[in-house]
Design a protein around this ligand. Structure first.
Ligand SMILES: NC(=O)c1ccc[n+]([C@@H]2O[C@H](COP(=O)([O-])OP(=O)(O)OC[C@H]3O[C@@H](n4cnc5c(N)ncnc54)[C@H](O)[C@@H]3O)[C@@H](O)[C@H]2O)c1
Length: 251
C-alpha cells in the first residue's frame, strides 16, 4: 500500500519504540520520513535523523526548519516523544511536575507551532498525538503522567477545532501498555520483572501487551489521506482495556 506516496512526515521520539515503528511504517507506505529525537544514533535509512529536544523551543524550530528544507515541505506530524512518571500526587515534587508536563504537553505544542505554517501548505495535512489510556481510565501510581496525557487528549480536540477549516486534521491514539524499551526499563526496575510483566498482561483483556507495530498501524490510519473525514478523535489501541469489562477467569 502506498497511501503516503509523495508526502513528508515528521515523527518525534522516532528513535525508539512506538515512534520508531511508526516512522518505519510511514516510510514503507511511501512517505519521506524525518525523525526528531534526543538521541538519533539508532535511526537508519531511509529515515532522516534530526537531533532536538522537544523541551527546547529553539532546537525544535531549527529541526523543523531543517526537515522542511530537506523534504521540501511537511504533510504529517506525529507528536510521539514522551517520558514517564510514577507515583501519587505526594510522590513528585514541583520540578518533576514541570519537567514531565513540559516534555509531554508543551513539547507537542512546540512541534505543532513550528510545523503549522508548513502543514497549511499541504493538501493532506494531519497531526497525530500519542496520548494514552491513562487519559481516559484511572490507573494507580500515575498521577502526573495521567495529568499530562489528559492534557494531550484535550489539546487534541482543541487543535482539531482550531485547524479543521485550514484543512489540518488532528487526532490521537490511546495505547494500553505497549511492549517498548520504555516498558522494558520499567520492568527491569522492579523486584520481580516476570511477575510484573504477567500482571500488566493480565490487566489487558487480550491477555498480552500491545505491540509498537499495532500502535504504529493506528497512527498511520489516522495520518493517512484515506482518513480525510476523521478529525478530533481518539483511537484506543489497548487490547480492550478501556472499553471491556470481563468476568474474572475461574481457576
Ligand atoms: N509504552 C507504553 O506502554 C505506552 C503506552 C501509552 C502511551 N505511550 C506513549 O507513547 C510514546 C512513546 O513511548 P515508547 O513506549 O515508544 O517510549 P520509548 O522510551 O521507547 O521512546 C520514546 C522516545 O522519545 C524520545 N524522547 C524522550 N524525550 C524527548 C525529548 N525531550 N525530545 C525529543 N525526544 C525525546 C526518546 O529519546 C525515545 O527515543 C510516549 O509519548 C508515551 O507516553 C507509551
Amino acid at each position: 500500500m502506498s497511501d503516503f506516496e509523495g508526502l513528508s512526515a515528521l515523527v518525534t521520539g522516532g528513535a525508539s519504540g512506538i515512534g520508531r515503528a511508526t516512522a518505519r511504517l510511514l516510510a514503507e507506505r511511501g512517505a519521506r520520513v524525518a525523525v526528531l529525537d534526543l538521541e538519533t544514533s539508532t535511526v537508519d535509512k531511509p529515515l532522516l535523523a534530526y537531533r532536538a529536544d522537544v523541551a527546547d523551543d529553539a532546537s525544535v524550530r531549527a529541526a523543523v526548519a531543517a526537515v522542511v528544507a530537506d523534504l521540501g515541505g511537511l504533510d504529517v506530524l506525529v507528536n510521539n516523544a514522551g517520558i514517564g512518571a510514577q507515583g501519587t500526587v505526594e510522590d513528585n515534587d514541583d520540578a518533576e511536575w514541570h519537567r514531565v508536563l513540559d516534555v509531554n504537553v508543551v513539547g507537542m505544542v512546540r512541534t505543532a507551532r513550528a510545523a503549522l505554517p508548513h502543514l497549511r501548505a499541504s493538501a493532506h495535512a494531519a497531526i497525530v498525538n500519542t496520548c494514552s489510556i491513562v487519559a481516559t481510565a484511572g490507573l494507580p501510581q500515575r498521577a502526573l503522567y495521567s495529568a499530562a496525557k489528559g492534557a494531550v487528549y484535550s489539546l487534541t480536540l482543541a487543535m482539531a477545532a482550531d485547524h479543521v477549516r485550514e484543512g489540518i486534521r488532528v487526532n490521537c491514539v490511546n495505547p494500553g501498555t505497549a511492549d517498548t524499551p520504555w516498558i522494558g526499563r520499567l520492568l527491569d526496575a522492579t523486584d520481580d520483572p516476570v511477575a510484573e510483566r504477567a500482571a500488566l498482561e493480565a490487566r489487558q483483556p487480550t491477555g498480552r501487551l500491545v505491540s509498537a507495530a499495532e500502535v504504529a498501524g493506528a497512527i498511520a490510519y489516522l495520518a493517512s489521506p484515506l482518513s480525510g473525514a476523521t478529525t478530533g478523535t481518539s483511537l484506543a489501541v489497548d487490547g480492550g482495556m478501556q472499553g471491556l469489562r470481563l468476568r474474572p477467569v475461574r481457576p
